[in-house]
Design a protein around this ligand. Structure first.
Ligand SMILES: *[C@@H]1O[C@H](CO)[C@@H](O)[C@H](O)[C@H]1NC(C)=O
Ligand SMILES: *[C@@H]1O[C@H](CO)[C@@H](O)[C@H](O)[C@H]1NC(C)=O
Length: 393
């Protein structure tokens, strides 16, 4: 009897604990409750915004939930600041952009979060419906520049996890002016011929981590713009596309630099570039320093390792052609695989600001089963370990 009583007591306590913990849990706002239609064609923008507004005004952690189905969204800005700093946006369905690019082509961003703190975007497929705009651009007609599929601006403590981004009009994901952002398990997919569809673009941000992601697209896999510091990229597969690029830097005279970037365990397959640093041949006070490229595998990459300080499309607007950007302390460690061209390593630095502190350690790149070539201009540094093509520093 006593045993049974204590058993019931434990049960009661467990029930109380369970009830308490679930009531302390996030308030849930399902977009269907606010009138979203998972039919792929009814504009659900207002419903998503209404669910967001409730979550944002909650003083407790809150969840916005989009169940399976296709939700058509025109374009949505999710604004902060919010009253809590733990909002989960969980998407089990697909968010679909308008296929008519005239509707969002000048909007800047299709799905946009700004001034938020502590937001996790989990799961979901973003279907950017980009091919219409790509075709317009290819035809040489006058077209809008296009919208980035997902933008986070001026936000802190962000997680983007398990998201798939398909066929963006312009960039897939942009992190701008943010601190402490974790992007993980993301898949980006667009045609290798799609214009300006960078996978992930980071700028003016600190403490961004990109992990375990797969990026197939027509432009840069990851592009790293001015003012990026403490960036960590690990276990990312790129290709097709233009590879990982620091830059273009130095477009502006006054520009914050790029500092403390680690890019490790990345694989490039059939990309135009592998590990690239690129700056305009223009005056600028920008810089890139303390960069570590470690453990990269190149498979049939046109320019596996490249520093190009003479970027000047159409030879336009580059007075004197000398880049003001100072590149220093760049380490390449354990980089191997195959180049699709004879020159696998090309360091073309600024005459006015030579690259300094370039270090090569254990590099092996071949072209058609032969040692590839290296070419250096105004690049200073040294090599250690096994380095092929032999260093031109
Ligand atoms: C460099 O960035 C990493 C994150 O990528 C950070 O953990 C580390 O503290 C930073 N180092 C310095 C010197 O700021
Ligand atoms: C390699 O470069 C580093 C710094 O750039 C320097 O400290 C070191 O002495 C150099 N080593 C050789 C062998 O030149």
């Amino acid at each position: 009897m006593a045993k049974q009583q204590s058993f019931s007591l434990v049960l009661v306590i467990l029930i109380i604990l369970f009830t308490n913990s679930s009531s302390a849990n996030a308030a849930q706002y399902n977009v269907l409750t606010f009138g979203a239609k998972p039919d792929g064609k009814t504009d659900s923008t207002k419903a998503f915004l209404a669910a967001w507004t409730r979550a944002c005004e909650s003083i407790k952690p809150a969840t916005v939930y989009a169940p399976p189905g296709r939700f058509f969204l025109l374009n949505v800005v999710f604004p902060g600041p919010c009253k809590n700093n733990a909002i989960l946006v969980r998407v089990d369905g697909t968010l679909v952009a308008p296929s008519d690019y005239r509707l969002t082509g000048n909007a800047g961003n299709w799905i946009f979060f700004q001034y938020v703190n502590g937001v996790t975007l989990s799961g979901g497929v973003l279907d950017g419906q980009g091919p219409g705009l790509w075709a317009c651009k290819a035809s040489g007609n006058n077209c809008p520049s296009g919208a980035t599929s997902l933008g986070f601006s001026n936000s802190n403590n962000i997680v983007i996890s398990g998201l798939t981004s398909l066929n963006s009009q312009l960039y897939h994901i942009v992190i701008n002016g943010c601190q402490n952002v974790k992007v993980q398990g993301v898949t980006v997919s667009a045609s290798g011929h799609s214009p300006n569809t960078d996978g992930i673009h980071v700028q003016l941000s600190s403490g961004v981590t990109i992990l375990n992601s797969r990026i197939r697209t027509g432009d840069d896999c990851v592009s790293i713009g001015a003012g990026t510091t403490n960036l960590w990229i690990e276990k990312v597969a790129c290709g097709p596309g233009h590879g990982i690029s620091i830059g273009s830097l130095g477009k502006d005279l006054q520009e914050p630099g790029v500092q403390n970037v680690t890019i490790k365990s990345v694989a490039f397959t059939g990309t135009q570039n592998g590990l690239r640093i690129k700056s305009w041949g223009r005056p600028s006070n920008g810089f890139a320093r303390n960069i570590l490229f470690q453990h990269a595998i190149m498979t049939n990459v046109q320019n596996p390792m490249v520093i190009d300080q003479n970027y000047c499309p159409d030879n336009n607007n580059c007075p004197g052609q000398e880049s003001g950007v100072k590149i220093s302390d760049v380490t390449y460690q354990d980089i191997h695989g195959t180049s699709a061209t004879q020159v696998a390593v090309k360091f073309d630095c600024s005459k006015k600001n030579p690259c300094t502190g370039i270090k090569l350690e254990n590099v092996k790149l071949t072209y058609m089963n032969q040692p590839a070539d290296a070419s250096c201009n105004n690049a200073d540094g040294n090599a250690s370990g096994f380095v092929l093509p032999s260093s031109c520093l």
